[in-house]
Structures are given as structure tokens and as C-alpha cells.
Design a binder for this molecule. Structure first.
Ligand SMILES: *[C@@H]1O[C@H](CO)[C@@H](O)[C@H](O)[C@H]1NC(C)=O
Ligand SMILES: *[C@@H]1O[C@H](CO)[C@@H](O)[C@H](O)[C@H]1NC(C)=O
Ligand SMILES: *[C@@H]1O[C@H](CO)[C@@H](O)[C@H](O)[C@H]1NC(C)=O
Ligand SMILES: *[C@@H]1O[C@H](CO)[C@@H](O)[C@H](O)[C@H]1NC(C)=O
Ligand SMILES: *[C@@H]1O[C@H](CO)[C@@H](O)[C@H](O)[C@H]1NC(C)=O
Ligand SMILES: *[C@@H]1O[C@H](CO)[C@@H](O)[C@H](O)[C@H]1NC(C)=O
Ligand SMILES: *[C@@H]1O[C@H](CO)[C@@H](O)[C@H](O)[C@H]1NC(C)=O
Ligand SMILES: *[C@@H]1O[C@H](CO)[C@@H](O)[C@H](O)[C@H]1NC(C)=O
Ligand SMILES: *[C@@H]1O[C@H](CO)[C@@H](O)[C@H](O)[C@H]1NC(C)=O
Ligand SMILES: *[C@@H]1O[C@H](CO)[C@@H](O)[C@H](O)[C@H]1NC(C)=O
Ligand SMILES: *[C@@H]1O[C@H](CO)[C@@H](O)[C@H](O)[C@H]1NC(C)=O
Ligand SMILES: *[C@@H]1O[C@H](CO)[C@@H](O)[C@H](O)[C@H]1NC(C)=O
Length: 665
């Protein structure tokens, strides 16, 4: 029951496919044939006919050419899809023919429309040949062999263009030569000619082969593009004169040389003629830029002109750098890529008076004058320009914008830019500039633009592997205030867009009240001497007087005891660490231990270090005091310290007390 349905569905599908797919059918009709008798020396005179085959038939299609003549001859030949040939023997000269093309395939056939002509009218004339030209004016001449000797009816067409143009310019109805009016000077032109021999309906010959002719020179007109590389300081005496070579089509001829005119402020005018034919001349031209480096000291005006065999341009003035003009501040943006430089700026709030144009220049930083340098003039209405170039990676370029006033120029803005930022080098000359107690000034050398592989965004300094300071890229020092006394380590790294460079480290120590300690030690020595003197005096008095004073009641003695205690502690005790109450200072110690640095005053201490500190302190308390560390006397802990060391003092003075002091009961 089910099986008859399947072929039914298949049938429907096939039917659908059949109606949807393109139907192969008879070919579309070709165009009417166009026929001529080509010019050949052999005078074969077969008729060649050409046509358009129409839509691509996709299936094999044959084409045939059919003709009837007025004499009643009917014939046909097989052709290709686009052409067919009527042999000379199948037609008569000077007879009228009707010709059509028939296309046929397995589904049917189609006919073109009919073309009718007289076989005497379809002879193609021979191709003309351009023989020579004259330079001034530029005129080309050709020869043509028409059948009828002395035919005065030949009419020709000429087409021409310059070598850098694609399209041809065509001129019709030319007789025997062609004069090119107002050609571009010193330019190579290409010409082709074709001709018809008899009357306006006659067939045109093929185009002649291309004939080239160069137009003659004329005096150059356009002024040179003159500018100068004045280095970083824009000082006139540092300026190197530069100009752009003119392309020959603009120079209207072969450039023979340049004339530079230097007007000195004392009135002298110096004219330097530099011929380009002299090798090793005064001016050097490379990569379409010429440079000449006369001394411009004391020069008030410079201009340059170019000349060829026909004349010179009008002198182009160099806009000398000047700084005595008031110019507005503009925002200035530079975007440097490997192959392009995009410079843009804001319109000045008010138009700059008398300004002619802008100049955008760039200079590869660190190169000698005129090298890695280029400029472009920009219309005063514009606010951006894109310069093509080949900019080196990791290299600084100084891009500047100038306003030009005929013969003066004025710097408006400049910026350093990199096409690609690299990692910065190690910071050099990193050193302690100044230490005063707990304040330290660190300094380093700015990374020079020639060494820096990218724009330095900031310097990163790390104190004791913990506290990070970011210093802006244009600063080269850092004040560290309120450091704890002791050993410190700081490292510095420069940062660019590409990241942080290698680090440079310094170690230094701070010693609170160092100078004061010296005085204190001296004071203590003096005090001790005084004490001895007093004691001697007292002992003499004791021997002479019955009444014996009790030295333990003497405030002076107590103070001296304390001081002595302190100074001893200062020499012997380990480092103490509650700096907010520090009064007494550190005694110099040549053998620093990095881990022995105190904490508290600087917030930048790691917990780890605190741990170290504590264990060190503990260890030191256990250790002998003469290990070599310094000691800060803690006034808050005076009593405790005093108490602790009481026995020491007592030991020292036990002999004295035993001898001279009555024991308190
Ligand atoms: C030639 O003459 C025949 C008969 O009159 C006609 O059918 C045919 O279309 C003609 N062919 C041409 C190319 O004129
Ligand atoms: C004519 O046929 C040739 C190959 O036989 C083909 O290359 C050419 O494209 C065809 N021309 C046209 C206009 O269809
Ligand atoms: C960049 O060039 C300008 C113009 O010559 C100059 O004034 C400026 O100092 C240069 N900048 C640097 C950083 O060299
Ligand atoms: C003017 O100055 C130039 C260069 O400074 C010097 O060569 C020239 O001799 C001076 N001329 C006079 C007349 O002083
Ligand atoms: C610069 O141009 C101004 C205005 O045209 C002119 O007065 C001045 O003499 C020129 N200076 C020089 C050195 O050519
Ligand atoms: C050039 O830079 C300006 C401003 O930064 C921007 O508006 C413009 O699109 C840039 N042009 C190109 C071609 O990148
Ligand atoms: C430049 O700007 C001025 C004033 O806005 C205008 O008159 C002039 O036509 C502009 N020139 C060009 C070339 O755009
Ligand atoms: C510059 O950098 C680009 C992108 O990283 C790279 O393709 C190119 O090779 C580099 N050129 C040189 C000369 O190193
Ligand atoms: C250290 O710097 C602080 C803050 O600037 C200042 O108050 C203090 O007097 C300085 N100390 C010394 C010894 O220069
Ligand atoms: C600095 O600290 C980091 C972790 O905070 C540690 O890995 C590194 O070893 C320390 N460097 C020094 C020199 O102490
Ligand atoms: C310092 O600069 C780095 C990178 O530029 C940044 O990640 C960090 O937060 C900055 N630190 C401070 C304290 O500004
Ligand atoms: C700084 O001190 C550390 C140890 O405290 C030492 O490893 C480093 O080499 C020292 N650096 C300099 C530059 O003296």
C-alpha cells in the first residue's frame, strides 16, 4: 500500500527540480557582424567579420556566417564563437553584401540582424608610422600609404598621454601632423596615430605603435620649499639650511644648480652659486633633500632659488627662527606609528596675525644636524597632518609645530614621541645627595632621550623593599623624611609604557643626633673630671672637717651618675627602638647589620622585619653589650635603665664609697 507513494513523491520532486533549474534551450542571437578587409602586403583581401556571441550558452554551440550578394550568390562558412572569414574567392569586389551570423545548438538556433556593405568600402588602410617630431613646438609627423596614390582625403586620429597617465587624450580630424599645444615642460609624452584613407565613412587603420617624445625645458616657476634644522636651541648660528629637491616636471627641466643669497646685517650680500654637476660641491642632495651649511651668524635674510637651462625660480626666503613674537598656546597631539606620524593641534583662539602657514617638523633625537629630519608645510586653515616615514623603534623623535610669517618662523609647540616604547635602561648616578638626621635626599641622573628607549613616565623608588614612591619622569630627586635611624636600602627603576627597567640600589644609614652625641660624650668626660675634682675636694674636706657630707644626697652626683650610666649604655648597649622618645643619639658603628634597623617612625616596614628586630633585640639583650651596636637612651625608661645599671655604677665606685662614704643605716 505504501510503495506507490514513493515514486509519486519522487516524480513531484523531479518536476520541481525541472521547473526550478535553468532550462537549456536555443542560443541567444549574436550581434550583427562587423566586417573589414585587413591591410596586408600580400593583398589576400579575405573579409574578416567579428561579433558578440550573446549570453554564454553553457552547452556546445556552433556559429556560422551567412551572406547573400546582389549577384545572387548565397554562401556560408563555419566560424568561431566570435569571428568568421569570408574567403576572397567567395565574394566579388565592389559588390553589395548582406551578412548575418547564425548560432545553433541541440535545442535550436538564433540569427543575428543583417549587416550590409559594399566590399569596396571595407578595406582597412595600412597602419601609419610616426617618423619624427620637432621639439619646439612639440609636433609629430607620420607617413601613410593609401591605395589611391596622392589621395588627399586621408583623415587621422591622434591619442597621447604623459608616461604617468593612464588615460589617453584623443584628437580627431588631423591631416598629416599633430602639434601639441602647451605641453608640460620637460615631460615625456606618448603618441599613437590611426588614419582613414578615403572620406569620412572609410574604415580607420589600426593604431600605430607608441611614439615617445619629450617636451622642451622652460624656466621653473614654483618656489623651492626651504627650511632649516636649527637643533634643540633654535639658535641661528646652529641652523643648517635645507630645501626639497624639485621633481623634474616641476623644475620644468634638468636642475643645473641652486643659488643661495645670504644678506648679512652689515649690508653685505653674499651670493653662492652651487652647480649640481660639480661633484663634492657645497650642497649635498640626498633622498630628495638638499642641505647647505653656511654660517648663518649675523645673517638677516636667506633665500634660495633653483635654475635650469631656461632660467631660475624666484628666490624662496628661509623663515629664520625668531622668539620675539607673541604666539598663543595651542594644544598639541602627536601620534607616532612605525610608518606614519599624525600631528594635530588646536586652532588658536584668535587667528595669528600675518601668519602664512604652519610647518610641522620632526627630528630623530641625537642625530647630527639635517639627519633624521624632515618637515612639511601646512595650510593655515588646517589643524592636522599625517606624515609618512620610516620611524625607528624605541627611538625618540622631537616633533615641533611652527608658525611661518614670510621670512620669520616661530615655535608654537613641540613634543617628544616614540613609535614604539621599549624598556628603559638602568638609572645612573643614583646617590645620596644629602643626609640630615632622619631626612635624606636621593638624586639620580635623568635618562637622556638618546639612551631612553621610551618616554619615561615615572621613576619608581622602593624603600627597604616595602614603601613605593612614584616620582614623575621630569623630576630627578626624592626627599625621604622621618626615617628611623639605621640602615636603609633603596632601589630605583624607570618606567615607560613598555614596563619597568632594571633596578639600581643604594644603601645608606641615618643616625639621629649624631653631632649632639659627640658633645654629650665630651660633656661627660668633663663632668667626670669635675666629679673627680669634687671628690678630691670633698675627701680633703672630710679629712679636715668633722662633718661629713653625704654624697648620695648630692643632686649633682645623682645626675652625673645618671649621665655616666647613659654614656656607658650608649657605648655598650644594643640598639634601642622607641624613637618617639629618643633624645640621645647613635654612636657610629662601622659594622652595620641590615636586620638591625629600628622600626616605628617609618610606616614602611614589613612585619617580617619587625620580627627580625624583636629577635635581634632579645638576642642583643642576652649578648654582651660590646658587640658594636649603638644605643639610644630612652628617657622614659631612664629609671629602669638607671636601676639596671645601678649595680654597675656601684661596682665602679664601691671602692670610693667604702673608703669615703658613711654607709646609710
Ligand atoms: C539570403 O537570402 C535568403 C533568401 O531570400 C534569405 O532567407 C536570407 O535571410 C538571406 N540572407 C542574408 C544574410 O541576407
Ligand atoms: C569564445 O570561446 C572561447 C573558447 O572557445 C572562450 O575562451 C571565449 O571566452 C569565448 N568568447 C565569448 C565572448 O564567449
Ligand atoms: C624639540 O625641538 C624644538 C624645536 O627645535 C626645541 O625647541 C625643543 O627644545 C626640542 N625638545 C627637546 C626635548 O629636545
Ligand atoms: C659683513 O659681515 C660678513 C660676515 O659677518 C663679513 O664677511 C663681511 O666682510 C662684512 N662686511 C662688511 C662690509 O663689514
Ligand atoms: C622680512 O619680511 C618683511 C616683510 O616683508 C620685510 O620688511 C623684511 O625686510 C624681511 N626681512 C628680511 C631679512 O628679508
Ligand atoms: C590623527 O590624530 C587625531 C587626533 O589625535 C585624530 O582625530 C585623527 O583621527 C588621527 N588621524 C588618523 C588618520 O589616525
Ligand atoms: C581658510 O579660512 C578662511 C577663513 O575662515 C576662508 O576665508 C578661506 O576660504 C579658507 N581657505 C581654505 C583654502 O580653506
Ligand atoms: C619594530 O617593531 C615592530 C613591531 O614590534 C616590528 O615588527 C619591527 O620588526 C621592528 N623593527 C625593527 C627595525 O626592529
Ligand atoms: C626633616 O624634615 C621635617 C619635615 O620637613 C622637618 O620638620 C625637620 O626639621 C627636618 N629635620 C632636619 C634635621 O632637617
Ligand atoms: C622583597 O620582598 C619580596 C616580597 O615582598 C621578597 O620576595 C624579596 O625577597 C624581598 N627582597 C629583598 C632583597 O629582601
Ligand atoms: C606608582 O605607579 C605604578 C605604575 O605606574 C602604579 O601601579 C602604582 O599604583 C603607583 N603608586 C603610587 C603610590 O602612586
Ligand atoms: C646593600 O646592602 C645589601 C645587604 O644589606 C647588599 O646585599 C647589597 O649588595 C648592598 N648594595 C650596595 C649597592 O652596596
Amino acid at each position: 500500500m505504501a510503495w506507490p507513494r514513493v515514486p509519486c513523491l519522487l516524480l513531484i520532486l523531479l518536476l520541481l527540480l525541472h521547473t526550478c533549474l535553468p532550462q537549456p534551450g536555443p542560443p541567444s542571437p549574436p550581434s550583427a557582424p562587423q566586417c573589414h578587409i585587413p591591410y596586408t602586403e600580400e593583398r589576400q583581401e579575405d573579409i574578416h567579420c567579428f561579433w558578440e556571441p550573446g549570453q554564454d550558452p553553457q552547452i556546445p554551440t556552433s556559429y556560422s556566417l551567412h551572406w547573400n550578394s546582389t549577384e545572387g550568390i548565397s554562401s556560408a562558412v563555419e566560424g568561431t564563437n566570435v569571428s568568421g572569414v569570408i574567403p576572397r574567392k567567395l565574394y566579388t569586389s565592389y559588390s553589395d553584401l548582406t551578412v548575418l551570423v547564425r548560432a545553433a545548438n541541440q535545442h535550436g538556433s538564433a540569427m543575428s540582424t543583417v549587416a550590409a556593405f559594399n566590399t569596396g568600402d571595407i578595406k582597412k588602410p595600412p597602419t601609419p608610422e610616426v617618423t619624427h617630431h620637432s621639439h619646439q613646438p612639440l609636433e609629430i609627423y607620420w607617413t601613410l600609404q593609401c591605395d589611391d596614390q596622392g589621395s588627399s582625403d586621408q583623415l587621422c586620429e591622434v591619442q597621447y598621454h604623459t608616461q604617468d597617465q593612464q588615460d589617453w587624450t584623443q584628437e580627431k580630424d588631423i591631416l598629416r601632423s599633430f602639434l601639441l599645444l602647451t605641453p608640460r615642460p620637460y615631460t615625456v609624452y606618448e603618441f599613437q596615430v590611426r588614419c582613414a584613407c578615403e572620406g569620412p565613412q572609410a574604415l580607420m587603420s589600426d593604431w600605430s605603435s607608441v611614439y615617445t617624445a619629450k617636451s622642451s625645458e622652460s624656466a621653473p616657476v614654483k618656489a623651492l620649499d626651504v627650511w632649516s634644522d636649527c637643533g634643540v636651541i633654535s639658535e641661528l648660528s646652529q641652523c643648517a639650511l635645507m630645501w626639497k629637491e624639485m621633481p623634474t616636471w616641476l623644475a620644468h627641466g634638468k636642475v643645473l644648480g641652486y643659488v643661495v643669497t645670504l644678506s648679512h646685517s652689515n649690508g653685505t650680500v653674499e651670493v653662492v652659486d652651487m652647480s649640481t654637476s660639480e661633484p663634492g660641491g657645497l650642497c649635498v642632495c640626498q633622498e630628495k633633500r638638499c642641505r647647505f651649511t653656511p654660517s648663518l651668524r649675523g645673517v638677516s635674510g636667506v633665500d634660495v632659488s633653483v635654475y635650469n637651462s631656461q632660467g631660475a625660480t624666484k628666490p624662496a626666503p628661509l623663515a629664520l627662527p625668531t622668539s620675539d613674537l607673541q604666539v598663543p598656546e595651542l594644544s598639541f597631539t602627536v601620534n607616532l606609528k612605525i610608518f606614519s606620524l599624525n600631528v594635530s593641534w588646536s586652532l588658536p583662539p584668535q587667528p595669528i596675525e600675518n601668519m602664512d602657514e604652519y610647518v610641522v617638523q620632526y627630528k630623530q633625537v641625537g642625530l647630527p644636524p639635517t639627519q633624521g629630519f624632515d618637515w612639511i608645510k601646512v595650510h593655515k586653515n588646517d589643524t592636522s597632518i599625517i606624515l609618512r616615514g620610516d620611524f625607528e623603534n624605541h627611538t625618540a623623535y622631537n616633533v615641533s609645530l611652527f608658525a611661518v610669517f614670510i621670512n620669520r618662523s616661530c615655535l608654537l609647540a613641540s613634543a617628544i614621541s616614540y613609535s614604539l616604547h621599549g624598556l628603559p635602561p638602568k638609572v645612573t648616578e643614583f646617590k645620596v645627595q644629602h643626609i640630615s638626621d632622619s631626612n635624606v635626599t636621593l638624586s639620580w641622573q635623568h635618562t637622556s632621550l638618546t639612551q631612553s628607549k621610551g618616554l619615561i613616565l615615572c621613576y619608581q623608588l622602593v624603600l627597604n623593599n616595602f614603601t613605593v614612591y612614584n616620582v614623575s619622569g621630569d623630576q630627578n630627586y626624592l626627599h625621604l623624611l622621618g626615617l628611623t635611624s639605621g640602615h636603609h636600602q633603596v632601589w630605583i627603576r624607570a618606567e615607560t609604557k613598555a614596563g619597568l627597567g632594571p633596578s639600581e640600589t643604594i644603601n645608606f644609614s641615618t643616625e639621629n643626633g649624631h653631632g649632639y652625641t659627640k658633645y654629650l660624650v665630651a660633656g661627660i668626660i668633663v663632668g667626670m673630671l669635675l666629679l673627680i675634682i669634687i671628690i678630691i675636694i670633698i675627701s680633703i674636706q672630710m679629712k679636715t672637717c668633722a662633718k661629713v657630707p653625704d654624697p648620695s644626697n648630692s643632686k649633682l652626683l645623682q645626675q652625673i651618675k645618671l649621665q655616666l650610666n647613659s654614656s656607658l649604655m650608649a657605648i655598650c648597649s644594643p640598639l634601642e627602638s622607641n624613637p618617639k622618645i629618643s633624645e640621645l643619639e647613635v654612636v657610629e658603628n662601622p659594622f652595620w647589620d641590615a636586620k638591625a634597623s629600628p622600626d616605628g617612625q617609618t610606616e614602611g616596614m614589613v612585619g617580617e622585619e619587625r620580627t627580625h628586630k624583636r629577635t635581634d633585640d632579645e638576642a642583643e639583650k642576652e649578648e654582651d653589650a660590646d658587640e658594636g651596636y649603638s644605643k639610644i637612651i630612652d628617657t622614659d625608661e631612664e629609671e629602669r635603665d638607671g636601676g639596671e645599671s645601678e649595680s654597675l655604677l656601684e661596682d665602679d665606685h664601691l671602692g670610693y664609697e667604702k673608703h669615703f662614704m658613711p654607709v646609710d643605716v
